[in-house]
Design a binder for this molecule. Structure first.
Ligand SMILES: NC(=O)C1=CN([C@@H]2O[C@H](COP(=O)(O)OP(=O)(O)OC[C@H]3O[C@@H](n4cnc5c(N)ncnc54)[C@H](OP(=O)(O)O)[C@@H]3O)[C@@H](O)[C@H]2O)C=CC1
Ligand SMILES: CC(=O)N[C@@H](CCC(=O)OP(=O)(O)O)C(=O)O
Length: 338
């Protein structure tokens, strides 16, 4: 089988990572590549690592350019996908890396993003209970946010075993913010310094994490989420905690069972802790669990590459599922070291 794909936002970080992964995918032919202001320029100017596509010229992001492909990956700023998707028939599988179709509650959408809710699509985190089957037949897929991916996978197995109030502190590399220049991401400010942002429940990934965990717990889960920016190009390390209802719960056994058959989610051997370096460039999620006995508090540490499992890797994993291919096709679980 060969499917023809297009990538909208090919000059950006997420679009570039989708292309890097698809260049190693045996069943994919790469069609149209589009951008915004950089349309008309060569892809090579923006993605110097994607040599096999060096001569490709970026086209304008219009439905006409994207039509006629089996699969369209949208790696655009949020707010751009609904209009494009509406012009692409159901015969095209649309995989949106942006936030537009992740939240199911229009009130939450309006509060955190503003404006009209474009509706929700099947949520591209196959490892969450019930999601894999929904993704197999999907023609529209919403790729999760990077922080919700790592924190939902870290805490989902514990839902029902902990009080429905969880804390997530997650340190992210700068590529999570996209390529467009932001004052706080300029080299001199970010290098050699860690800084918290979106503090006090202000980050828009808070409702997405709560939505995921509440669905698994089948009760409303409250989330305290604090993101921290780190001087790294890629990677997220999340420390997630919640109070156990029964401090004697064998949490390790619970996590071993939950992820025993998952190709990308790895509970590390006891005594070893996840690092962002170990998952770099791979679709892997590394987890470790502990119980703080003084508080009966479950602590889970998890690492992902924000551009791989946190975006593009998840997008390719979901494409594989929707096409009926082995979920791991074109994806690695082996990170880069050192
Ligand atoms: N970076 C990450 O770790 C993650 C990103 N995402 C999501 O993926 C999407 C892309 O993010 P990312 O790659 O980081 O962002 P970038 O800023 O790196 O890239 C954005 C892309 O969108 C294009 N673009 C910008 N504005 C327009 C427009 N008005 N019309 C058409 N194209 C436009 C840009 O083209 P040009 O070069 O011409 O400006 C570029 O190709 C976002 O929705 C983001 O939230 C999701 C999870 C993690
Ligand atoms: C480090 C950094 O700035 N990260 C981004 C998250 C990237 C992401 O996943 O954003 P979307 O939900 O829009 O897809 C942020 O905090 O806004």
């Amino acid at each position: 089988m060969t499917v023809r794909i297009a990538v909208a936002g090919a000059s950006g970080y997420a679009g570039g990572e989708v292309l890097r992964l698809l260049l190693g995918h045996p069943d994919v032919e790469i069609g149209a590549l589009t951008a915004g202001g950089n349309a008309g320029s060569k892809l090579f100017a923006h993605q110097p690592h994607l040599l096999p596509l060096a001569d490709r010229v970026l086209e304008e992001t219009t439905a006409d350019t994207l039509k006629g492909h089996d699969i369209v990956f949208l790696a655009l700023p949020h707010g751009h996908s609904a209009e494009i998707a509406a012009q692409l028939g159901e015969d095209t599988l649309v995989i949106d890396c942006g936030a537009d179709h992740r939240l199911t509650d229009p009130v939450a959408w309006d509060r955190w993003y503003g404006g009209t809710h474009a509706g929700s699509w099947p949520y591209g985190l196959p490892e969450l209970p019930g999601h894999r089957d929904e993704l197999r037949d999907a023609r529209r897929i919403a790729v999760p946010g990077c922080y919700p991916t790592v924190s939902s996978l870290a805490l989902a197995p514990a839902m029902g075993l902990v009080e429905p109030e969880v804390t997530v502190v997650a340190v992210s590399g700068t590529s999570g913010a996209g390529k467009s220049l932001k004052a706080n991401l300029l080299g001199s400010e970010v290098m050699g310094s860690l800084s918290a942002y979106g503090v006090g429940g202000a980050h828009r990934h808070t409702p997405e994490i709560a939505q995921n965990l509440s669905k698994v717990a089948q009760e409303q889960v409250k989330v305290s989420f604090t993101p921290v920016l780190a001087p790294l190009p890629r990677g997220i390390l999340a420390t997630c905690s919640a109070t156990l209802k029964d401090g004697d719960t064998d949490v390790r056994a619970v996590y071993e069972k939950a992820y025993a058959d998952e190709p990308f989610v790895h509970l590390l051997p006891e005594g070893h802790w996840p690092t962002t370096g170990a998952v770099l460039g791979s679709n892997a999620v590394q987890l470790q669990v502990a119980v703080d006995r003084d508080l009966d508090r479950l602590v889970v540490v998890a690492a992902i590459d924000n551009l791989a499992k946190g975006t593009a890797g998840a997008a390719v994993q979901c494409m594989n599922l929707a096409l009926g291919l082995p979920e791991t096709t074109g994806l690695s679980t082996v990170g880069v070291a050192p």
